[in-house]
Ligand binder design. Structure first.
Ligand code: PNS
Length: 173
């Protein structure tokens, strides 16, 4: 049986427990999984640099022996080819995600008919979690402890003023 490498691409600004849940599921079905951080996202200025996002992902995916972290620029299909990957892994949280994901999958298939997109669903408890909401809620002092890995919590605390950090997570007096 040939070894199957998959790419799990994304912005990961920051990585959440939902992302980690998809990594865990992907690592079970693919021989090798490359978590790939897009370097120049069109989503505007990120909270974390590409390097910070890659470092957080490296730390939180360490328990998975077949998972590595990389950054990429340009077309995903080109990066997949460089990595010898035959699959792209994407998480789908709700039906609302599907339209955008379907379009991307079809465009990637047009660009490289040999690259399959595989959708996986995170655990139900993470279906409403997004990096955008995590940043917004944390910046307003909300408790998002159970929704991101501890390594990400620590980095988030360095990005927002101490006065906004929720008391139970270490605000100064
Ligand atoms: O986490 P995100 O922001 O939903 O991830 C989007 C990502 C990185 C998967 C997507 O923007 C992407 O693949 N960008 C690379 C450029 C590309 O290949 N575009 C053509 C496919 S639509």
């Amino acid at each position: 049986m040939p070894q199957v490498t998959a790419i799990y691409p994304g912005t990961f600004d920051p990585p959440t427990n939902g992302h980690l849940d998809i990594v865990m599921r992907g690592s079970r079905i693919f021989d090798r999984l490359v978590v790939a951080v897009l370097r120049n996202s069109s989503k505007g200025t990120p909270l974390f640099t590409t390097q910070e996002r890659a470092e957080m992902l490296t730390e939180i995916t360490r328990p998975f022996g077949n998972v590595t972290v990389a950054t990429f620029d340009g077309l995903l299909v080109d990066f997949a080819q460089q990595q010898g990957a035959t699959a792209v892994l994407r998480g789908i949280r709700a039906v609302s995600d599907y339209e955008y994901e379907f379009q991307m999958a079809m465009m990637n298939r047009k660009l490289d008919p040999n690259l399959e997109t595989v959708f996986m669903q995170p655990a139900e408890k993470y279906t409403y979690v997004s990096s955008r909401l995590i940043k917004g809620v944390f910046q307003l002092g909300g408790d998002i402890n159970s929704l991101v890995p501890e390594a990400v919590m620590q980095r988030l605390r360095t990005k927002v003023p101490a006065s906004r950090v929720p008391p139970e997570t270490g605000a100064s007096t």
